[in-house]
Design a protein around this ligand. Sequence first.
Ligand SMILES: Cc1ncc(COP(=O)(O)O)c(C=O)c1O
Length: 394
Amino acid sequence: MKRRIGVGYVSMGEEEKRLVNRVLSTNRLSYGPMCQKFEENWARLHGRTHGVTCNSGTSALEVILHAFRIERRWRDGDVVFIPALTFIANISTVLRQNLVPHFVDIDPSTYTMDPQKLDGEISRVKKEGRNAVAVIPVHLAGLPADMEPITQRARKEKLAVIEDSCEAVGALYRGRPVGSFGDAASFSTYSAHIITTGMGGIITTKKKTTAVLCRSLINHGRDPVYIDIDDDTRSSPDIVDRRFRFRHLGYSYRLTELEAAIGLGQLKRLQQVLTQRRRIANLFTKNLHVFKHNLKLPTVPEDRTHSWMIYPIVANNDINRDNLIHHLERHGIETRPLMPLLNQPAVIEAVGNQEDQYPVAKRIARQGFYIGCHQGMTKTDVEYIKNVLKKFFL
Ligand SMILES: Cc1ncc(COP(=O)(O)O)c(C=O)c1O
């Protein structure tokens, strides 16, 4: 069979199977003890008191934005800063909440939001007389964004900070976990991610009222007095009256007990998975160093710990990136472009073509790509990738 090295990797251990079987034997599939434990463990791991499960990282982002709209009285047209290179969900969720995305160029070595550029964009928005309400730093590829200057500036401007941590479970910035810096954070447990439940997402926050509101929004905007079937057992007149009352126009974005059971099992292996990913990343960095005149390998600032959801590579400007990725694909090495955003047809249709205003993001979007960096890979895979690259360059 032809060799195939994927960008993601799914493997279910005995613990996941045991917990899923336990769910099946209880006949309890909707929000219950597995979801609660998963939320608790996830929030604790990321330095937060509250976790709220939902069905995707995109739902998590959308619900946080909606909750903040209500809590902070945001209005249609308020501005949200997002990186100029990131996953599509960062713009689609902002637009769906009738907010205006304002791009911030990225740092050329980490590919995350550049704090100095954020300063410039804040001044620009102010000068134009528009009202900015939030910033969404994205921990791209598993590497934390430069959170200290970003949060400092955000606090000064009274902007909410929403950490998009969908790609970075377990990553650290100055020894502190991602998710513990902002007002809320979104995580994804989609199949290609580090910890997977198939589909899934989690919101973390330290504020109880925000968590309660997010949970209500995920449940159709239902009165928070009645969120799961256990509330029926407390059949006080209050619950009976309010069981079918909706405070907000919400969503049906819930996670099931089956997915939470998988997630709980996966979480137990998180440190082992991260160690394996770091080992593969180190092997890549050692082995691919020979291509330093053609390829820029990822840099990890000393104050950060990478989770390596993927391994990003940027080809020098004189290399035809598309020919290179087709060469890799022909040899069974799966690739993706490195999260180009501004040149996507849907983005151009929604906000016009703004690529030229964000030169770093424009270059990385054209020359960047990523390959897998996961626990399903071996030293032999890394050597194979090196040899395939050699065929292209030498
Ligand atoms: C940075 C980022 N944000 C949000 C998401 C959305 O997560 P999901 O696919 O679970 O909706 C992703 C998904 O890959 C992502 O990479």
